[in-house]
Design a protein around this ligand. Sequence first.
Ligand code: PLP
Length: 373
Amino acid sequence: MEEDFLLLNPGPVPVTDEVAAAMDEPMVSHRSAAFEAVYERAQDGLDYIFEESTLEGVSTATTGGGTTLLLNGTATMGMEAAVANLVGDGGHVVSLVNGKFGRRFARIAERYADVTRVEVPWGESIPLEDVRAVVTDETDVVTMVHNETSTGLLNPVEGVGEIAEEYDARFVVDGVTSIGGDVFKIDDWNVDIAVTDAQKALAAPPGISAMYVTEEVKDDLDGEAAPFYEDLEWHLRKSESHQTPFTSAVPLFRAMAVAVEDIVEETMPTRIARHRRQSAAFRAGFTAMGLDLFADATGATELSNTLTAVSLPEEVYGDDADAFFDGVDARNVSISGGQAHLGGAIFRVSNMGGLPDEAILRGVRTVGEAMAD
Ligand code: PLP
């Protein structure tokens, strides 16, 4: 008998039946009290996630006082909104690039400002000295990705945040595949704006980006320099009455409210510990079957706790790993290949969201079976 479909891509990730059902409720106006209540529930849950994402369960992540915003549109839009509201009229941005999403941040910033990239081959760690060498007193913004989904690496947000702070640059961090599944300390790491996505570790459907805008950065925002739809000053004003400036994606906001309430119930320390355990299980399973993690090839040591990137043995697959991916698909499991030039070289599996341990075991088993085909 065929097993149920199992989604192990690094986003979108599976949602619970309750989250899915929330999207089916009768429509309401985005200007109604009923909608404001939904927005507030989502905002409260996200506040908890942004402010308490530690393993210790104490609030060292932020001292609070920032504002959580929900925007129609995926994280790429949130990333652009953050940059455009800070340097929409130009300025100097330093962007760290060691994977696809770091590169995306740089490309977004290049639309608005002069960008100095600190770039190393995808999958390698970025030395802090390289960052220090290019950030100056003239730098307005530093962008980086915390958890690089394209390579399965964790990047050193804390160290870069210290450098940004030293030069009084605003620090914008993509926490898209870490927030909701791993430690993220906005205050301790000097983050000014943190961006995340609904469909990753928050386990909500795609279509909303959530961001945390700290109190200190609010004065630096220039909404009029940003695209009309992404004016964060306007979003901040409307969020005071739990609304968005334009029509909210009502079903998605409802689903988000339920998804984040599940996280509050699980608690962040428990959720982070579970993600760490499950990603360790993925790594142990794949290496036990003789595979190498992609990081083994690059020498990186700080690995993601929410997704795992594994090298496909070149002697087996050469340039063509289609047979492997077909074998995984045939077992009703969905995983991801490498992106851009890493296509055919690696596969990636996610443990983001609320997966049971059996899903991790099935992921390992399926990869092993597909390789033995
Ligand atoms: N940043 C990271 C780290 C990601 O993993 C992704 C998506 O995979 C994005 C940004 C962009 O997200 P979206 O395609 O939802 O805009």
